[in-house]
Design a protein around this ligand. Structure first.
Ligand code: NAD
Length: 473
């Protein structure tokens, strides 16, 4: 009889990866212990009357670190949520924020629920009750703990949470900053919905700006024409696949969803597929691709880039050896287990790790939070001023050269940046600088041999410095 393969839990996997980095950097064990430990976890159970009957819901909010405030991290609604997962995700948020220099601590929340079983009004009631519990117990406020969307939640839930906080704290002038990922007309910021997918694109672009890194993944040249498989066409997967295929010439050869996979070597049109899913709630019967029942088998299909963008623990001891991708970009949190990570490293598969790859969401959440506490939209003060300067510049150039500028060049010079331009520019800069810091660590630390360990060493170095600067008390 074959023995079942036992793997560490998600939280243990994160801890083991962090331990590998701590060993490589030779950090004082007491500082390491302080960084690794989870500061607080709240579990709440609360009753809600649904269709005439009382149902009791259970949720968690873990605060992994408070060396920077507020602590930040999404809230997910999932029927498989548990405390172990929430703690792992909160820890990842600490490391993620440090990697991209977002001055927040790490937190995460979850509600044990299958949102598909409830209608809109019921979900509003449940969300408001959950928010009420978190607020009353000091686990949600603009200055201490700020949630965002994650699996199963979106702008709608964030708006309900912000409104609940406003009713409980009408005297808090910054109430709208108690949550990020809100709708635009409720204090959200342009570019937040697609930020994580956009960050994936910017991270991959930066990787391809370094020919040695591309070579280490057994590839050459640019992103154009590279083949890519995406697992999960939700918020993150859809935007990453859309931007990479429409703007960088990447060919999406397969999309894996919960009900199977679609395969087409010539490339799947992501926008068409997204419309199909929105209409039919399944990937089945999509006309221009072959449907495969066994989605997990498609994960092993050869490709240049594999982007798991669904759930944790998708590449495990069971399938890691069969993975045929040259580069894996972890859009989801924790899609590769610790054991699988070791196998893939030995195989020479390059992994751009979650704590860096999917940091676009928290980066733009940081911009949204700043916008909320400063009570002004980015670009409002300088946009027209920049346009006037642009017109003056264009006139000077025409006078100096005696030639008229073409309309498109003139438009480029004279156009002032709006909020979306600034958000994209800030996100692009963040992803580029963070990648360069990580690869510097990989180049200069003799015990560091992969991008994941390099990411953790980069991040832990910054967190340790912050702990040592302020002292631990
Ligand atoms: P989502 O709920 O919008 O999308 C998840 C997608 O995965 C859905 O389309 C779902 O049908 C699909 N899926 C579920 N189970 C699957 C399975 N077994 N096989 C294949 N597909 C499956 O969630 P999201 O916000 O896109 O988050 C996806 C991942 O990205 C999560 O790990 C999340 O923690 C991480 N993440 C999200 C954000 C964000 O801003 N939303 C930020 C950072 C990280």
């Amino acid at each position: 009889m074959t023995q079942p393969i036992i793997e560490p839990s998600f939280r243990e996997s994160v801890d083991l990866m962090v331990d590998r980095a701590i060993t490589a950097m030779d950090l004082d064990q007491s500082v390491a212990a302080a960084i690794k430990s989870c500061n607080a976890v709240l579990q709440v159970s609360f009753p809600v009357k649904i269709r005439g009957k009382i149902e009791v819901f259970t949720g968690w909010r873990a605060v992994h670190s408070t060396h920077r405030l507020p602590s930040k991290g999404g809230i997910r609604y999932a029927p498989y949520a548990d405390q172990d997962e929430v703690e792992a995700l909160a820890a990842l948020m600490t490391y993620k924020c440090a990697i991209v220099d977002v001055p927040f601590g790490g937190s995460k929340g979850a509600l044990l629920i299958d949102p598909a079983l409830y209608d809109r009004d019921e979900l509003e009631l449940i969300t408001r009750r959950f928010a009420h519990e978190l607020i009353r117990k000091g686990f949600l406020s603009p200055s201490t703990n700020v949630p965002a969307p994650d699996v199963g939640t979106g702008q709608r839930e964030m708006a309900w949470i912000a409104d609940t906080y406003k009713h409980l704290h009408p005297d808090d002038i910054n109430y709208v900053a108690c949550v990020t990922g809100k709708p635009i007309h409720h204090g959200g910021i342009l570019g937040r919905v697609e930020a994580t997918g956009r960050g994936i694109q910017y991270g991959i672009r930066e990787f391809f700006r370094h020919p040695e890194d591309v070579k280490s993944a057994n590839m050459s040249g640019s992103l154009d024409g590279k083949t890519c498989i995406i697992q999960g066409l939700g918020n993150v997967g859809y935007h990453a696949a859309k931007f990479l295929s429409e703007e960088d010439g990447v060919i999406i050869t397969a999309v894996i969803e919960r009900d199977g996979a679609l395969v087409c070597d010539e490339g799947i049109n992501i926008e068409d597929l997204y419309q199909h899913i929105t209409e039919h709630h399944t990937i089945k019967n999509f006309p221009s691709a072959h449907f495969a029942e066994d989605g997990m088998a498609v994960l092993e299909k050869p490709c240049d880039i594999l982007i798991p963008a669904a759930l944790e623990s998708q590449i495990t001891l069971e399938n890691a050896a069969n993975i045929n991708a040259k580069l894996i970009v972890e859009a989801a949190n924790g899609p590769i287990t610790y054991g699988a990570d070791e196998i893939l490293n030995k195989k020479g598969v390059i992994i751009i790790p979650d704590a860096y790859a999917n940091a676009g969401g928290v980066t733009v959440s940081y911009f949204e939070w700043i916008r909320n506490i400063s009570h002004i939209r980015f670009g409002r003060m300088q946009r027209r001023h920049d346009e006037v300067r642009g017109h003056q510049m264009a006139a000077m150039m025409e006078e100096a050269t005696g030639n008229k500028l073409s309309e498109s060049i003139r438009n480029n010079i004279t156009r002032g940046a709006d909020e979306l331009d600034l958000v994209r520019s800030g996100l692009d800069d963040t992803m580029r600088v963070a990648y360069q810091q990580i690869r510097n660590t990989l180049e200069n630390e003799k015990n560091v041999h992969d991008l994941r360990t390099a990411s953790y060493v980069t991040s832990i170095t910054k967190i340790a410095r912050s702990y040592l600067d302020i002292g631990i008390y």
